[in-house]
Design a protein. Sequence first.
Length: 197
Amino acid sequence: MSPKQQRGLATADLLLDTALRVYADEGEGGVTVLAVTRASGVSLGSLYHHFGSIDGLLDALAQRWLERMLTELAASLRGPRTARTGIRALVRAYLAFVREHPAAALLLHSARTDRRTMERGKELRDAQEARLSPFARWLDAHVESGELAPIPPALMESLALGPVVAVARRWLSGIDDVDLDEAARVLPDRIWRSLAP
């Protein structure tokens, strides 16, 4: 990689890191071109060169953190030998990600990201196929072994992650009636019962 390409990547990373800090401090409405360029010291032209717009920057930021979360979820499934322990590991990994990266998790669970996902669902799903395939393979293996019910993969994914996403959203919204440690204890067995044969 040439020095110019390295500088370009460093600039893009700086803009993404700064956008997340501004998002954490000011909320979505505070993420403006002026706020990001001022906080990062990067020129307006560089922001437009790398991302095209503030929406492009936020899309890239959400994509970056979605990739990181999916990588962590896939890693959580490498150790467990049974479907039940895999469900437990998956739930705990998701909730740990939310706790460790609250600003990124808030962005990933935001109305804006939901709207963009609905607009570009198939395109985003295709782009994440490589990161989703370990989860799909893990599910398939446990369906074939008889440990998981033979239901369509999309429904299985919804049953496995839907309750966890709902708890994460509630916790991220600031409602103080959700304890992530309790959720990590209670949800895996409840989810397992919905997926067991």
